[in-house]
Structures are given as structure tokens and as C-alpha cells.
Design a protein around this ligand. Sequence first.
Ligand SMILES: [Zn+2]
Length: 494
Amino acid sequence: MRRHHSFRWRMAAPVLATCCLLMISPVALHAGGPLFVGGPTFGVDGQPFTWNPATMPIKYRVDGGPMSVAPSGQVVISNAQGITRVQQMLQTWQNVSTAAVSFSNAGPILPVAGFSDGDVSSAPEFAAVAGSCQSGAQSPIIFDANGRVLAELGADPLIIGFSGQCALSKSGQIISDLVLLNGAFQDGVTQPQLDANQFNEAIIHEMGHFLGLDHSQINLDLFLNALNAGQFGTCDLDDLAGLPLMFPISFCQARLDAGLPQLAPDDMAWISKLYPSTNFAKTYATISGTILSSDGQTPVQGVNVIARQLDDSATSKDESRRVAMSVVSGYRFTQNPGQTVTSNYLPCTPPGQRGCPVGGFLDDNSAGDVFGSRNSSFIGSYDIPVLAGASYTVEVESVFGAFIGGSGVGPLRLPIALPGGIPEFWHQTETSFDDPTQADPISTSPGQTIPGTDVILNGTQPTFDQFEDPGANLLRHDLVPMPREDELQQREDT
Ligand SMILES: [Zn+2]
């Protein structure tokens, strides 16, 4: 079992400029659809960590204090009301018919050393309960009724809630997890406030992380336009319908307030892919491929790939904005394969004793990150579950540069700009100099996997040079004799 300090959170949007500066995170790794992926020494290589499908329902425990308390001390949302709301929020995920997840309330949070009054209301009590979560003893849902726990932890008061996977097993399963709810957003006084649907949405998002889902980036332009205009909470319906609940930032009106289903198509597709029920293969198809640089050979990790349903011109709705699913290329591959040339430093002695690791360096990156496969075929690969029976376009774009740390999307700790800088659609005859707007539809049928939907990026830097051969080395470049001008002249003469 491995302990984690990896938290994901959801922020209120109005003060985004602040949030992004403050969002320095301990998170080690992200993945496009799933949050954690197994590597060669931990978990199942290349496979997402999930709760054990054989031991459903997932057992959680709930804080014994009120869910929200006003600054005056008056209880706004009681413990009993809070327990009911938690149950309803988890039910949102349980209701997805193509996914097999279920939950049961195992009772109050268990007392541990440092926590005995049943109500997690201070940073030391949080630390005690988080410690028991990390030992795999329980999965607590914590009511931070007035935001005091977050404040004592030094966290941004604009964090609506966060979740953290506490313990993962060597066999690839999530053992325990915790979710914290910041009740100050529901106390009717503290600014900003959220309506009940907005608050629930943020917490259901955290529960998505609880289940092993990472963030998703779809309809990013909706967010960028809102950010530029400084206008939050008034999102276009087509765009909002396709905006994943697992988008890193909360900035629109609540989906339920807009008359939309609680979960977006991307959320339902990925929870179903991680926990497929018997309906999954009857409902979904998979579009897969590899993102390649302009040489058509070098795989590229960290590119956001979106499959969008073709717009149906017979409806007034724009299905291409409403029905979209995504993942980040290379999500199964590690963000850090490890190397010894520059990343072993702070030598110590004797190795393996007195706090000196066996490698003989205090900082030793030779093994790299414990998460993610080293199978090179995964470096640029992607696979996206899509609702079968419709046709889709596939497009690539950068992960937004400010989505880092607890707001990260995909396998890379820091997002990269799209190599070559030219977002494009997939089409039948991909080349490095094709029209980036040409999009060929991909038809799908239930249970089908469509392989080879490879996108060759335009305009990327060359990976190979003109002297490349199997024995190439850096010195060879200097040893190639350059003909002098007079020699060239002589050759021409003869
Ligand atoms: Zn999140």
C-alpha cells in the first residue's frame, strides 16, 4: 500500500487570477481520463487505479458535525441534512447505467488518536483523520462547516472542496480516499456564496476524483471567453452541455439550474470506461490512435485529444459542442521514466544506511516516477470512449497552460504547448503539411474499437537530422568534411 498526499480541488471562478497563482500543489501526477495509472513496479502496468469492482459498494464515512455553520455560529445545514446531500451526490455517479459503481454509508468517521469528538473542525483533527485514511482504515467525507480547517491548513478560501486518494494498492486498486466540503459557501453570509446546485456540482466533481477520474478539458474556449470578458455564470447552453463536470474550474451556472443533466457526456463516458457495467459495450465505442510529430514517427505525450459528435443539422442544438469526449495523449505512460545522467545528486554514504538511500544519492531519479507505464507504445497513444451509433471528428489542442498542480489535466505535471502550435483535426490522409481544418467523420457502432486514428502534427521541430544513421553520435557532425569552394569548382569542371 502506498500513501498519498495528492489532492485535487475545485475553485470558484470569480477570482481566477488569484487562484492560479496560489495553486501550488503537492500533486505528483495526473492522467487524462484516470487520475493514477499503474507502472512496472506498482499497480497494473498501463492500467488506471480504480476501486475494486468485486467489492462494491464503496464504503464511506461521514463527519459528525454540521455541514454548514454561519459566522454567527448558527447551523445552516445540519449533520442529518448533510448526510442526505452526500448520499444524493454520490448517487449521481451510481445512476450512470453504463457504469457499475455503488456506495454505502458505513457510519460516522472512526475516532483515531487526535480525533475523538466526531466533528472534524480543526487542522490537527483533519491531519489525524487524513492519517487514518492514508493507512487505509477509512474513507472520510469531511464537513468543514465554516472553512476553518481549510484556513488552518493555509489553503485558499476559494476552494469549494477537495479530494485526495489516500491509499492505493500494489495490485492497482484504490483503498481509501477522502473528500472535504467547504460549508462556508453555503452559510448564506460568507462571500462568494454558491446556490445548492452549484455547490453540489463542485462536490460531485470531487467525488469523481474519489472514484479515480482526472480532470477533462473540453470547450476550453468557453472558459477563455468568460475569463477575458470577466463574465462568469452565464454560459451558452450548447457549450455548457458539453463542458465536463470534471473540468478543472467552476465558472458557469450549475448544469441543473440550466436544465441540463448533472453529468456531461465526457463524465459519463469515462466513469463507464473505468467501471464498465454490462451495458457499456452495448452503448459505447472506442476511438484510438497515436499523436505523432511532423516526422510521422515520434509519439507526442501531453496533447489534449477531443472526439466531437457531428452536428445534426436537423436539430437546433449543436451536438458538436454538446457531445464530446476527450483524453490526453500518453495518459497511460509515465511523466518521468527516470534517468541517471543529471538527476542523481546529493551523494551520501554509506548507501542504504543512516537515511542514505541504497542508490547512494539523497535525490535519486534513476527509477523515475512510480506511476505510469514504460511501454513506449503508450507514449503518444490515446483511446476515447464515445457514444456508439454516431459519427465523430477528432481534434488536438494544447492543455491550457494554467492547468497545473491540483488543477492539472493529463499525465504531465506541467502542460506543454502543442508541438508545432497548430491545433488540427484528424482526416484520412494525415501529413505534416495538411489543412488543419479538414475533418473527416468517423462512424461508430456499439462495442467497436477504431484503431489507427493517428494525428500527425504540423510544423513540429525535426527530431532527426540529415546525418541520422544507426551509429550517429554528436561528434559525427564535426567529422563530416566540408568541401571547400575551390574543390566544388574543380568537381564541376571535371
Ligand atoms: Zn478537480
